[in-house]
Design a protein around this ligand. Structure first.
Ligand SMILES: Nc1ncnc2c1ncn2[C@@H]1O[C@H](COP(=O)(O)OP(=O)(O)OP(=O)(O)O)[C@@H](O)[C@H]1O
Ligand SMILES: [Mg+2]
Length: 253
């Protein structure tokens, strides 16, 4: 089987007026199935740019990207959208939920036009909510849920298409430490079920739950290393071992 993700010398050059900015400068990366990767690096180093390209939301300026053995560069926009919907789930820092819409309706959004019956759709969405531990919050609106619960709804929405890959850009950026560890425990669980997870994070405390850490600097990969003994988030939660340094630093709103 080919790797799930393979990139060869990816470049992304943004042009704004007269100015050209190389956000990615030759990224070559291979990700096999069921890896759990944390992407780190300073602000502006190209992490989100890479996630957008890997997520087929944007195209590289140069280089090759093969997703599940398929060369993405040669695809027409419709085929690209189809592959994106089928294979990839996205999770964002700000949850990106529709506010006047219940949890279950938010989760149904990706399968709204899939020709499923109303009942099948609700069953699929309900199943995804159960999987993230929110089976009893189906009819809550986002403002009736905590930040961590809203992020779980967003993860359920990412799961409803049964993706092979979840791309999460700072998913714990708006969450306190305990809730961050809970979200990482959920990602670890999904990863054990075979889903490949890539999480962008600024926090070493969050990255240690991954099994491989890739660090960016100025559009290149500065280091790429396995985590020799990655931490089991469930165990950390059950023993109350999480560091609350993030809360103490006052970084959480
Ligand atoms: N749409 C765009 N047009 C022009 N320049 C862009 C665009 N998106 C990003 N950039 C530039 O590309 C570089 C990389 O941005 P990117 O968003 O990938 O960084 P990042 O590592 O995700 O940073 P952060 O940690 O702050 O989210 C930055 O210098 C940014 O200003
Ligand atoms: Mg970013």
């Amino acid at each position: 089987m080919p790797p799930l993700i393979q990139t060869e010398n990816l470049w992304k050059i943004y042009r704004t007026g007269e100015i050209e900015l190389a956000a990615l400068k030759g990224i070559s990366l291979s990700v096999t199935r069921a890896e759990f990767i944390a992407i780190m690096g300073p602000s502006g180093s190209g992490k989100s740019t890479l996630m957008h390209i890997l997520g087929c939301l944007d195209r590289p300026s140069r280089g090759r990207y093969l997703l599940d053995g398929v060369e993405i560069g040669g695809l027409k926009p419709n085929d690209l959208a189809r592959i994106r919907n089928q294979k990839i789930g996205f999770v964002f820092q700000g949850f990106n939920l529709l506010h006047r819409t219940t949890a279950i309706e938010n989760v149904e959004l990706p399968i709204l036009y899939d020709g499923l019956s109303v009942r099948e759709r609700a069953a699929r969405a309900g199943e995804a909510l159960e999987r993230v531990g929110l089976g009893d919050r189906r009819y809550h609106y986002p403002n009736q849920l905590s930040g961590g619960q809203q992020q779980r709804v967003a993860i359920a929405r990412a799961l409803v298409m049964r993706p092979q890959l979840i791309l999460a850009d700072e998913p714990t950026g708006n969450l306190d430490t305990r809730t961050s560890v809970e979200i990482m425990a959920l990602f670890q669980e999904l990863n054990r079920d075979g889903i490949t997870i890539m999480v962008v994070t600024h926090e070493p405390d969050v990255a240690r739950y991954a099994s491989r850490i890739i660090a960016f600097r100025d559009g290149i990969i500065r280091s790429d290393r396995p985590v020799s003994r990655h931490t089991d988030a469930k165990e950390v939660l059950s023993k109350g071992l999480f560091e609350s340094s993030k809360d103490a630093r006052g970084e959480v709103p």
